[in-house]
Design a binder for this molecule. Structure first.
Ligand code: NAD
Length: 446
């Protein structure tokens, strides 16, 4: 290595150690904001970049748009002069370490859509200067950092491992989980070459409890996809067993509670109305796309996708049967969907199965309403025609006016005993009513 290259590595290493390195986070969403929190709490100054001016303006006013990051926290960052949000990508050269946290969705044909990652990398390349480190945190298929980011960044004429550094570290954020924050979830990191790995490891060690360096960016990329494919496959398995067990009169949730007592060799996964969120329904398909390119079948991924996407229809069949027992068809029945966020206690509706449930109910002529304390108005969704509805107050009058309560998300805020007391029928897809003693005859698990 030349003397200049050694100096560049040493300077960045020192700036990281002394907390003088400026952290840039691109994409100020569910992943970007918690990461900013971890680094600002560790003493760094940070700039947040986003194309959405509403988000940057909100943050610069000391307000938040994500439930588990309070506005007062952002105001404290601003008060201490530790943070600024901007839409001006020309300022990307101000950051010493740039963390890319932009969306990685699927295209309409269910292929990886890397346009946000590519646009961000192009914007970084325009201002790339010696001494910067770029780390991709978005979930993606193995090979993205080397095959997509690297060629864009090297077009600048700067050399990786000498002038700039490149790494991949998957984000494992679990929104709504009070037991973990970005700083306490172990972080896997892979570097493009040894200097990138060394610097990225040093960087994460300053703000994250445990850092796990791995051999390459591809190992780190594959690690994240393995974790999410594992979840998808196991959820599909319990969903399949739910259908079987319900047919033969066994409560699948009771079975899982019993199996969970085995102290080794079993991890509990729970059935539900279908997959939701930005990760589990999407990420495995990033891997199956790579597999297709290599002519390798990924039967587990495809089958899990098939089973999980069939769950909303199964729930609607169960609901139709239960209504029928009460002498009612779906058509014209008043159905209240409880919970439209994709999981408990979050305000994130992305890919939530509740939207599929609402679509299926609407197609069958139900009179729909919903209750979700975290989602006051139904947002527009890419794949669904969403009814123009606001969340109802779950008053006794409202609940008793319904022909059926459909529990789609088990938010802690819901008072299950009150709901069951006033409802004429409850279809429970989450086992939310498991502890209730009264009114069990009105509950149908689905
Ligand atoms: N949400 C989670 O729980 C979670 C967990 C682990 C990993 N991930 C992964 O992290 C990544 C980000 O997910 P998220 O949930 O934070 O998404 P998000 O939609 O909440 O946030 C992404 C942000 O990026 C911004 N953005 C889009 N294009 C941009 C561009 N070209 N330049 C600057 N900003 C841009 C958007 O405006 C948005 O604010 C995805 O790859 C996701 O799979 C998410």
């Amino acid at each position: 290595m030349t003397e200049t290259a050694t100096t560049i590595v040493n300077n960045l290493s020192q700036a990281i150690a002394q907390q003088t390195a400026k952290v840039g986070v691109v994409g100020l969403g569910y992943v970007g904001l918690p990461l900013l929190d971890a680094y600002i709490s560790a003493g760094y100054s940070a700039i947040g970049y986003d194309v959405d001016a509403k988000k940057t303006e909100t943050l610069n006013k000391g307000e938040s748009y994500i439930a588990h990051i309070e506005g007062s926290k952002i105001q404290a960052w601003l008060d201490k002069d530790k943070f600024e949000a901007t839409t001006v990508m020309e300022r990307l050269d101000e950051a010493d370490v740039i963390l890319i946290c932009v969306p990685t969705p699927l295209s309409d044909s269910r292929d990886p859509d890397l346009k946000y990652v590519e646009m961000t990398t192009e914007a970084i390349a325009k201002r790339l200067r010696p001494g910067q480190m770029v780390i991709l945190e978005s979930t993606t298929y193995p090979g993205t950092t080397k095959d997509v980011l690297l060629p864009i960044l090297t077009k600048t004429g700067l050399e990786p491992g000498k002038d700039f550094f490149l790494a991949y570290s998957p984000e494992r954020e679990d929104p709504g989980n009070p037991d973990f924050t970005a700083g306490t979830i172990p972080k896997v990191v892979g570097g493009l070459e040894p200097h990138s790995l060394k610097l990225a490891t040093e960087f994460y060690e300053k703000a994250i409890t445990q850092v796990i360096p791995v051999d390459s960016c591809e190992v780190a990329e594959a690690c994240k996809i393995l974790e999410n494919t594992y979840r998808s496959v196991n959820i599909a398995m319990v969903n399949e067993l739910k259908v079987l067990f319900q047919r033969i009169g066994i409560d699948v949730w009771e079975v899982i509670e019993a199996a969970k007592t085995k102290p080794f060799g079993f991890q509990a996964f729970y059935p539900g109305p279908g997959l939701g969120g930005h990760c589990i329904p999407i990420d495995p398909f990033y891997l199956s796309w790579v597999a297709r390119k290599h002519g390798i079948p990924t039967k587990f991924i495809e089958l899990a996708g098939e089973i999980n996407t069939s769950m909303p229809l199964y729930v609607i069949h169960k609901l139709a049967e239960a209504l029928n027992q009460n002498g009612k068809p779906i058509k014209g029945s008043k159905i209240g969907v409880f919970g439209v966020a994709y999981k408990k206690d979050v305000d994130d509706p992305r890919e939530s199965p509740s939207f599929k449930l609402m679509e299926l109910l609407e197609e069958r002529g139900a009179e729909l309403s919903y209750v979700d304390p975290h989602i006051p108005k139904l947002p527009k969704m890419r794949h669904f025609v969403v009814p123009d509805l606001c969340s109802e107050e779950p008053t006794p009058e409202y609940i008793s006016s319904l022909d059926c309560v459909l529990i789609a998300t088990d938010h802690t805020a819901f008072k299950w005993d009150e709901i069951v007391k006033h409802a004429s029928l409850v279809v429970d897809t989450r086992n939310a009513t498991k502890d209730l003693v009264n009114g069990r005859e009105k509950i149908c698990k689905a």
